[in-house]
Design a protein around this ligand. Structure first.
Ligand SMILES: [Zn+2]
Length: 238
């Protein structure tokens, strides 16, 4: 039998796994060095209880993935030289570094991310220029996405919330008690549809604070494919 693909949510993580029905009595879970997860089950097993077993073992699965993950090749440290690729809006762009006498700036043109810098060899200066550029784009794009996402009938009683963009360590977004939406600066590297997933999730929190079943019912209603977007976002940026 060919394995089928499934996902289980655990906290803010999504565990993807292949389910293989075999001639066996118990459920067995394997985490492979390439971080893939294989769940072997008896041929007649029903899906719901299997998902329950995977959820129960989630902590162990994630620990195994972290263990194998440390041997995986890491993204080499960024050098900000011509030819290096950087993500923006879900696409990889090559850098072109130019030396200029006048104003320094960054511009996306002709499929390249151009960095105009006074000292092309100055790593910190280039990093800062790009960082500032990402922030400028994030402010513009995320404000626009927020205005688009809130334009759903479910949110008709909400006023447009204030928004801040930060470098958040462990989350894509959150919202404060006062109703401010915080978004992770890194989201600007992801496609718009992933940004919309995070914003919509936070907008739903303005109506239902906890991750209760009411919350997920609401989210499903506004954005039925939110789990796909979340998986895509994490595959791209985590
Ligand atoms: Zn949440």
């Amino acid at each position: 039998m060919t394995p089928t693909r499934h996902t289980v949510e655990w906290g803010n993580k999504v565990i993807e796994f292949s389910l293989l029905r075999t001639d066996r009595k118990r459920v067995a879970i394997e985490v492979n060095p390439d971080l893939s997860v294989l769940v072997k089950v008896p041929t007649t097993a029903e899906l719901e209880p299997v998902l329950g077993v995977v959820r129960k073992k989630a902590r162990w699965i994630l620990r195994q993935q972290r263990y194998f993950g440390q041997f995986a090749p890491r993204t080499p440290p960024r050098r900000f030289v011509s030819g290096e690729t950087h993500l923006y809006a879900g696409r990889r762009y090559r850098l072109k570094v130019h030396t200029v006498d006048g104003a320094q700036f960054v511009k996306l043109a002709g499929g390249y991310l151009h960095v105009y810098c006074r000292y092309a060899g100055a790593l910190d200066a280039k990093r800062q220029l790009l960082e500032d550029w990402y922030l400028q784009q994030a402010v513009r794009v995320m404000q626009q996405r927020l205005e688009t996402c809130i334009d759903h009938r479910v949110f008709r009683d909400l006023a447009l919330p204030p928004m801040s963009i930060r470098r958040l360590r462990k989350r894509w977004g959150s919202c404060t008690k006062s109703g401010r939406v915080l978004l992770n600066l890194d989201l600007i590297r992801a496609p718009r549809n992933c940004i919309d997933y995070v914003i919509t999730h936070e907008l739903c929190h303005l109506l239902v604070p906890e991750h209760s079943s009411a919350f997920f019912r609401l989210l499903d209603r506004v954005q039925p494919d939110w789990l796909e977007r979340k998986t895509r976002l994490e595959a791209l940026l985590v």
